[in-house]
Design a protein around this ligand. Structure first.
Ligand code: ATP
Ligand code: MG
Length: 425
């Protein structure tokens, strides 16, 4: 026997019992995106590596140690997308969608990061990304947050998730703060954790994000970004907070929220839950007014966020438990192999006259008794028997699998009537 092959570490299979919950979340999100006037785009999984080193930032965790990069046969360096925003901006620039225009775009699909796999953290994971270009007004930031609020409500998860909010200010504010932060931390360099020492030269803002208690203690008196915000940055953030107040969305101000990607300016936000342990952020984003320029376009404001679908699925499971009910309504059995052709035809007529009805035909054959065992295990509410007598009459015998109701031989029309007028089981 050959050794069986396993999936790649951190890359999961989703089994039939899990996919309906994924569909629920994806379908709700798509429907809501349409309701907010967003258009779908589809992005390649592979992009030039430089897109991410320039777009996400050389000194970010993603670019430093999480990318799946490979050499194409002609020597080009390609990378499996670790996130979608940079690719979405590339798409917009390449097709002339961004400059002097308003765009509301979304995309969905797998992202790839070489991380330490654990619950809620995988090497292939799914995001639904939402990006809006061309508006610098804080009303856009507020609307993106409003979207998250409505989506979580629709999924019955709003009570378990809180909004955390911060502002990074304009590029100028950030630069001034960065200088002060480096001046403050440089004499303390030896006392910082190893990661923070490295970040001091490359990406000092990320030190604020350190989980190391010593480093956190040293940061107590560090220069605060809020004190470096220029007037315009302050006004932008104040207006966002006012909008949120007006639409009744409460938030926690979190000055330590700096986000892992370099491209953010002004508002950054995360939707966070306590129900998933350390991997509690289900949705995260912010404004990125300098990203388009950084990727070679003319200056265009933008803002967006990404939904971590894997984590939203985990949260839905934690909150709502087993879901959904059985995936079948009708399980059709066939008495003799000769009747299989007629059974194929009958089942399809039934699907056609009862839209949405889920009918599975037993094609494994064998004794009716065994077919009935499979019908029972399938979760279906009804079994049909298609035998010689039924086929000759153009009918099927209906048996109730979950309720004590008399069985009956019914024609297609009677069957349709019965199936569409029965209440919930
Ligand atoms: P984290 O701090 O958890 O690593 P991040 O800041 O790297 O998250 P983003 O790049 O902003 O995350 O991605 C947006 C969302 O995508 C996250 O809030 C999370 O829900 C999800 N996500 C990110 N990385 C992973 C992963 N490795 N596995 C599963 N979901 C992920
Ligand atoms: Mg990360």
């Amino acid at each position: 026997m050959q050794k069986a092959i396993q999936s790649v570490r951190g890359m999961r299979d989703l089994l039939p019992a899990e996919t309906p919950r994924w569909r629920l979340i994806e379908d709700e999100t798509r429907a809501l995106l349409a309701a907010f006037g967003y258009d779908e785009v589809r992005l390649p999984l592979l992009e030039p590596t430089t897109l991410f080193s320039r777009g996400v930032g050389e000194s970010t965790d993603i670019v430093e140690k999480e990318m799946y990069s490979l050499q194409d046969r002609d020597g080009d360096s390609l990378t499996l997308r670790p996130e979608g925003t940079a690719g979405c901006v590339r798409l917009g620039l390449q097709h002339g969608l961004l400059f002097n225009q308003q765009q509301r775009l979304w995309y969905a699909g797998p992202m790839f990061r070489y991380e330490r796999p654990q619950k809620g953290r995988y090497r292939q994971f799914d995001q639904i990304g939402v990006e809006a270009f061309g508006a610098s007004d804080p009303a856009l930031d507020a609307e993106l947050i409003q979207f998250g609020d409505v989506l979580l409500r629709r999924l019955g998860l709003r009570e378990q998730v809180a909004l955390e909010l911060n502002t990074l200010g304009s590029g100028d504010s950030r630069a001034a703060h960065r200088e002060a932060l480096v001046a403050y931390l440089t004499p303390l360099r030896e006392k910082l954790d190893a990661d923070s020492q490295r970040r001091l030269d490359r990406n000092p803002l990320r030190i604020l994000d350190s989980k190391d208690p010593n480093t956190q203690a040293l940061l107590k008196d560090a220069p605060r970004l809020q004190d470096f915000l220029d007037d315009a940055s302050q006004a932008h953030f104040a207006q966002l907070c006012a909008h949120l107040d007006q639409i009744g969305i409460s938030y926690r101000l979190n000055p330590g929220l700096v986000r892992g990607l370099d491209y953010y300016t002004h508002s950054v936000f995360e939707w966070v839950t306590d129900e998933l342990g350390a991997q509690g952020t289900v949705c995260a984003g912010g404004r990125y007014d300098s990203l388009v320029e950084q990727l070679g376009g003319r200056s265009t404001p933008g803002a967006g966020f990404a939904i971590g679908v894997d984590r939203l699925v985990l949260l839905h499971e934690a909150v709502h438990g087993a879901w959904p009910g059985p995936a079948l309504d009708v399980y059709a059995t066939v008495a003799e192999p000769e009747q299989a052709g007629a059974a194929l035809a009958f089942c399809q007529q039934l699907r056609a006259v009862v839209p949405g009805l889920r009918v599975r035909l037993d094609t494994a054959g064998g004794k009716l008794k065994n077919q009935f065992k499979r019908a029972d295990a399938s979760g279906a509410r009804w079994a049909l028997v298609l035998g010689a007598e039924e086929i000759a009459a153009g009918k099927a015998t209906v048996k109730w699998l979950r309720e004590s109701q008399p069985q009956a031989m019914l024609g297609l029309d009677e069957l349709r009537q019965m199936l569409t007028t029965t209440g919930p089981g």
